[in-house]
Design a protein. Structure first.
Length: 143
């Protein structure tokens, strides 16, 4: 009899989790857009670094100016990276075109971009990066 109670309770807990949509991982969806100098960033990478030690960093790809990933709710510093073929560079390895990082450091290594990821959402962010490297403006919109 004791085993049948365990099976019934376990099945009920599993069904409740499925019905309520509880994934148990604590992650929420994040999405958004990235523009650089007024145009969608063709491709690159984006990472969310937590401002508290209890959360893990998360990252994803930017494709055609759009990104999607999942992370835990909290406050994050955002880093955005992208590279492009380096004009006039000599190909040292056949088939490997030299590249350069063209996003200013104020959007990656020295980023001051910060966002709040909430449990309720919608967690849609728009990053409008400027080509100027003087550090004058950072723009983040939460839609």
């Amino acid at each position: 009899m004791a085993w049948s109670n365990v099976i019934i309770r376990s099945t009920a807990a599993l069904l409740l989790a499925l019905v309520t949509g509880c994934s148990g991982d604590g992650l929420v969806d994040i999405s958004g857009t990235v523009t650089f100098a007024g145009e969608s960033l063709t491709e690159g990478g984006i990472s969310f670094h937590p401002l508290v030690d209890t959360l893990a960093p998360e990252g994803g790809q930017i494709s055609s100016g759009v990104f999607q990933l999942r992370c835990q709710p909290g406050r994050y510093r955002v880093e955005i990276y992208a590279s492009r073929p380096k004009v006039g560079a000599v190909e040292l390895t056949p088939g490997m075109t030299p590249t350069e990082h063209f996003i200013p450091a104020r959007y990656n290594a020295r980023s001051s971009l910060e966002v709040d990821v909430s449990e309720e959402g919608p967690n849609r962010f728009s990053f409008e990066l400027e080509a100027k490297s003087d550090g004058s403006t950072n723009s983040v919109n939460n839609k």
